[in-house]
Design a protein around this ligand. Structure first.
Ligand SMILES: Nc1ncnc2c1ncn2[C@@H]1O[C@H](COP(=O)(O)OP(=O)(O)OP(=O)(O)O)[C@@H](O)[C@H]1O
Ligand SMILES: [Mg+2]
Length: 394
């Protein structure tokens, strides 16, 4: 079929032709936005899920809902080794300027800018290369202690009060939130705690790899009261079929039932893979009926494509000992595995695995779904590891 008309959209953050299976989360977001706008208490949301399940797409959709509901929004993407303060500050600056342009009496917006200026002053002490200009006098002592867990809450409260005064609300959306370290996550949690206690109209909507177990002891029980963690997962077989069938049908193309079953068998319902199989099947189809045979032909193209792109970019960042660790995990099959079993497979002591494990977590390749367990953050990565290193030698 004509590649120009291809409705499927494999890619990071590319909106799918149809956002299937996410209505419960969107409904929860709609309620949350509505309640905070009316200054009623509600938990903020952190969407968690593996690579390519559609977290970014959902976050963008929620941002759209927020804007439609009269929110001022900022969307930030966290990155490995980018500290939170300097990352967030320019966005908050732009937001405060936006609020400043809304007509209204009062001086809370100006105060917000002064508190931000004091926050920036402290950042400049910690990080020398911060160069965010703000031509106002700092409010001494407001957010300049240099301790993020004190300064960020004060800054959030000042921003939220500014929004409240202009009869608006603020949504802070943060993608890839797992890249923040414990201290930074702690500061975000405390900031949201303070905002909530004062019933101010500011919410945090995050997305990232499953991080709950990574949130340290005390701040964790705290976090559970302040945040809900909707799980963004693979789609059911029915929803997977819908994700392919409906967009194709809208363009006059029909998937055969066996073709849809085969795609589900191969993708296990993971959205990114569904888009890849849909995309290639469409391009290979010569008639407006996509048969099982077309899907099988597509598979021959999709797997090497995934190996060379989606999987390979992650694989290439690994050291030999990290690859070995992951290959041992793959040897144990899909799902989560005890670190002890990985050590046994590798023929080493569990205690010796600490450093390599920590590095892989930092690189976002594996995560710990429960204490002592390890799992891949990338769906079907175990199958890829076996293709990349067919023979496992310990
Ligand atoms: N509900 C859905 N139905 C069908 N396709 C979807 C759905 N959600 C996302 N997709 C598709 O899945 C792919 C991945 O989406 P997205 O980039 O949002 O995932 P992600 O969870 O943010 O991944 P990562 O962790 O790598 O950032 C995109 O091609 C998108 O079009
Ligand atoms: Mg994403």
């Amino acid at each position: 079929m004509d590649p120009i008309k291809n409705p499927f959209s494999p890619g990071a953050g590319s909106p799918p032709p149809e956002l299937v299976g996410r209505d419960p989360i969107l409904e929860q977001a709609r309620i949350l936005l509505g309640r905070i706008r009316e200054k009623r208490p509600e938990k903020s949301m952190l969407l968690t899920g593996l690579r390519g399940v559609g977290k970014t797409v959902l976050l963008n959709e929620i941002e759209r809902l927020a804007r439609a509901g009269g929110y001022h929004t900022i969307v930030v993407e966290a990155r490995e080794d980018r500290p939170l303060g300097p990352l967030l500050a320019p966005y908050l600056r732009a937001l405060l300027f936006e609020l400043d342009r809304i007509a209204g009496a009062g001086d809370k917006v100006k105060r917000g800018l002064r508190v931000l200026r004091s926050f920036l002053g402290a950042l400049k002490v910690t990080y020398e290369d911060v160069s965010i200009g703000l031509d106002v006098d700092p409010e001494q002592g407001s957010a300049d202690s240099g301790d993020l867990e004190i300064d960020l809450p004060n800054l959030f409260v000042a921003v939220a009060e500014a929004a409240e005064e202009r009869k608006s609300a603020v949504a802070v959306l943060i993608d890839e939130i797992q890249y923040f370290d414990r201290k930074e996550l702690g500061a975000l949690i405390m900031a949201m705690h303070k905002v909530q206690q004062r019933q101010l109209p500011l919410i945090l909507l995050g997305a990232g790899l499953p991080i709950l177990p990574g949130l340290a002891g005390e701040s964790k029980s705290y976090a559970e009261r302040l945040f809900s963690f909707p799980d963004v997962g693979a789609l059911s077989e029915q929803d997977s079929a819908k994700a392919l069938r409906d967009p194709a049908r809208a363009a006059g193309v029909a998937f055969a039932a066996e073709a849809l079953q085969e795609v589900f068998r191969l993708t296990k319902g993971y959205p990114y893979f569904l888009q890849e199989w849909g995309y290639q099947s469409w391009n290979l189809a010569t008639t407006s009926a996509i048969s099982l045979q077309v899907v099988q032909e597509a598979t021959a193209t999709v797997i090497p494509r995934l190996d060379q792109n989606f999987f390979r970019v992650r694989f290439d960042r690994l050291t030999p000992s990290e690859k070995n660790f992951l290959r041992a995990m793959a040897e144990l099959g899909p799902g989560a595995h005890r670190t002890g079993d990985i050590a046994t497979t590798l023929g080493v002591k569990v205690t010796s695995l600490g450093p390599v494990r920590a590095k892989l977590i930092k690189k976002g390749i594996v995560y710990s779904p429960a204490h002592g367990d390890m799992a891949f953050t990338v769906p079907l990565f175990d199958e890829f590891m076996v293709r990349a290193i067919p023979e496992f030698k310990r």
